[in-house]
Design a protein around this ligand. Structure first.
Ligand code: ADP
Ligand code: GLC
Length: 484
């Protein structure tokens, strides 16, 4: 049994902006089920304090860079027996709004201070310096918000081995040098082989430079981030790590209990591969929810997403507009929030095609499940996608994903083309170029295959047979921990 401290700024169901939260709950639970002593550390956001009933103070620490002592609270991750520690600094985390900014958008001005404090707390816990009498063998950090922790302990004797997982290289935690000075970080960390990135402080580099091993969330993304196109200037460093054998891609798993059409309490009619015809009832339910004509022969496209450029929202909008102009028999049901311009574009499209488009701007877990269950295909034309979870949920719900062949999308979907179709291996639709035309072409292929129910049904069943549970992927993490 290993002792693993798992550090993340989001953990489902306590705080979530995206897939990081899902992984930060489901991976620790999977490791726990494999007999590991894994504990999670998360900031004590207001939402966590409100959601958790069983919560107590287990330590009080003074951390560098902040004048007040800070409490460590202890609770349990809901629906599990995983110990959860929360960094309780009300000034930094107990406020109305999201993890990284106010609800109306933008970032909190003190994010550098908030996540430097979080990283310092992680480092202190990792070195067993807070009086909890528990020292991990492995510190597993996730994304830039935890990036300073590996840097802070890198040179300390008897430190745990460190793993840093990149969930999204696009968010790096970059701040002016003045922030570095204000945070009172060790000056020895300020150089180009350290936290400095072209005169800026990079939290991400803390994880990339100072951890013993870097992982990212799919094999293809691990290759992609070593290239100019996807590397954001860090491709040189990442390529070096890859050559040293210190960068690997491990495909995310999903929580098969939470995302299971057979038991899903959020959906209208539960179904399995055996009763897949019942999926129809969920289609009618979602059409009704969005006030769309309840037609079985219409291909319903689902889209659930943060509305940002990464997700290719503009490609979806353009391709669908083209298809609607051409009179294709499709409907789009969409749930998302993010950049105001995309939100507005979606509303405009809805106004233009009220019997073809359903839009819900917001965040709604139950509706996300209902769309997964009710749609025929799921749209994910991402410009880049480190892993992507929604295509995995879609496969499990027999909702065929249409994806751009990048990152984890490339690694998890088998295109309905040539031999794949003939051999019954196809699970979705893939295209290469990040253009509306390429997406439209894939959509056309889906529209015509939808007219061939026997082939379509076979694809749905093949998709539902795929197993992307954590069973396999958590083994890769365990092997990695052992090797360190
Ligand atoms: P990312 O983390 O880049 O946003 P992922 O596909 O890994 O992409 O994970 C997205 C997660 O967030 C999924 O669990 C998805 O269902 C959820 N999600 C995204 N937007 C919404 C929304 N508006 N309402 C409910 N869930 C959402
Ligand atoms: C990030 C990525 C997404 C990935 C998720 C969980 O948010 O954008 O592709 O699935 O992290 O690893």
């Amino acid at each position: 049994m290993r002792k693993i401290l798992f550090a993340s700024s989001e953990v489902h169901p306590l705080m979530k902006t995206g897939g990081l939260a899902d992984v930060s709950a489901s991976l620790p639970i999977a490791l726990r089920q494999k007999g590991q002593d894994v504990r999670i550390i998360l900031p004590a956001y207001r939402q966590c304090l409100e959601a958790l009933s069983d919560i107590r103070t287990v330590a009080t620490v003074k951390l560098d860079g902040f004048h007040l002592p800070i409490e460590i609270l202890q609770s349990t991750l809901p629906d599990s027996d995983v110990t959860l520690w929360l960094l309780h600094s009300p000034q930094h985390f107990d406020r109305d709004g999201g993890a990284y900014g106010p609800n109306q958008g933008g970032d909190w001005e003190d994010n550098a201070a908030r996540f430097a404090l979080f990283s310092r707390a992680i480092a202190a816990l990792a070195m067993d310096q807070v009086g909890l009498d528990w020292k991990p063998d492995i510190l597993h950090c996730n994304d830039w918000q935890t990036g300073l922790a590996p840097a802070l302990i890198a040179d300390l004797p008897k430190r745990p081995a460190t793993v840093f997982t990149i969930h999204n290289l696009a968010y790096q935690g970059l701040y002016p040098q003045a922030a570095f000075d204000a945070l009172d970080l060790p000056t020895s960390l300020w150089h180009s082989d350290g936290l400095e990135f072209y005169d800026m402080l990079s939290f991400m580099k803390g994880g990339l430079i100072y951890s013993d091993h870097i992982t990212t969330v799919s094999p293809t993304y691990a290759d992609e981030i070593c290239t100019y196109e996807y590397g954001y200037g860090l491709e040189g460093l990442l390529s070096e790590r890859a050559k040293e054998g210190r960068l690997s891609g491990i495909l995310n798993g999903i929580d098969n209990d939470e995302w299971n059409p057979k038991t899903d309490a959020a959906i209208n009619k539960k179904y399995s591969a055996k009763t897949v015809l019942d999926k129809r009832e969920n289609k009618v339910a979602i059409q009704r929810y969005f006030s769309l004509p309840e037609k079985e022969d219409t291909l319903v496209l689902g889209l659930i997403s943060r509305l940002v450029a990464q997700k290719g929202v503009d490609l979806s909008l353009d391709a669908i507009t083209q298809l609607l102009e051409a009179g294709e028999n499709i409907q789009l049901v969409c749930l998302g929030s993010g950049e105001k311009s995309y939100e507005q574009d979606l509303r405009v499209l809805r106004a233009r095609y009220p019997d073809k488009i359903g839009v819900n701007i917001g965040y709604n877990e139950a509706l996300a499940h209902q769309i997964e269950a009710g749609a025929d295909v799921f749209l994910m034309p991402s410009r880049f996608e480190p892993c992507g979870l929604n295509q995995l949920y879609s496969l499990r719900y027999g909702t065929l994903p249409i994806v751009r062949s990048t990152g984890g999308l490339a690694d998890s979907v088998v295109d309905a083309y040539g031999d794949n179709l003939k051999d019954g291996l196809a699970t979705g639709f893939k295209f290469d170029a990040a253009t509306a035309e390429a997406l439209e072409e894939s959509l056309q292929r889906a529209i015509s295959l939808f007219q061939r129910p026997r082939i379509w049904r076979k694809m749905v069943l093949t998709a539902m047979e795929q197993n992307f549970s954590w069973e396999k992927s958590s083994q890769f993490y365990l092997r990695l921990y052992d090797s360190l």
